[in-house]
Design a protein around this ligand. Structure first.
Ligand code: ZN
Length: 66
């Protein structure tokens, strides 16, 4: 099983370290970097700054301890 490490595009800290399957299931969700507080949108195996301001705030907290 291939693990995929997703890093914050701002501060490079590790956001997620999950199998590729799991990453693909999380596609399109929004995360918050715990180091720099930036909201990040997961797009495939990349993250980008989430530009959607306050309106649709669907922050997803993912439990890393699986
Ligand atoms: Zn960060």
């Amino acid at each position: 099983m291939n693990f995929c490490t997703i890093r914050c595009c701002i501060c490079e800290s590790v956001l997620l370290n999950l199998p590729e399957e799991e990453i693909s299931r999380l596609n399109g969700l929004t995360f918050r970097c715990e180091s720099c507080g930036q909201k990040l949108l997961l797009d495939g195996t990349n993250v980008s700054k989430d530009m959607s301001a306050d309106a649709t705030y669907n922050l997803h907290k993912y439990d890393l301890n699986i």
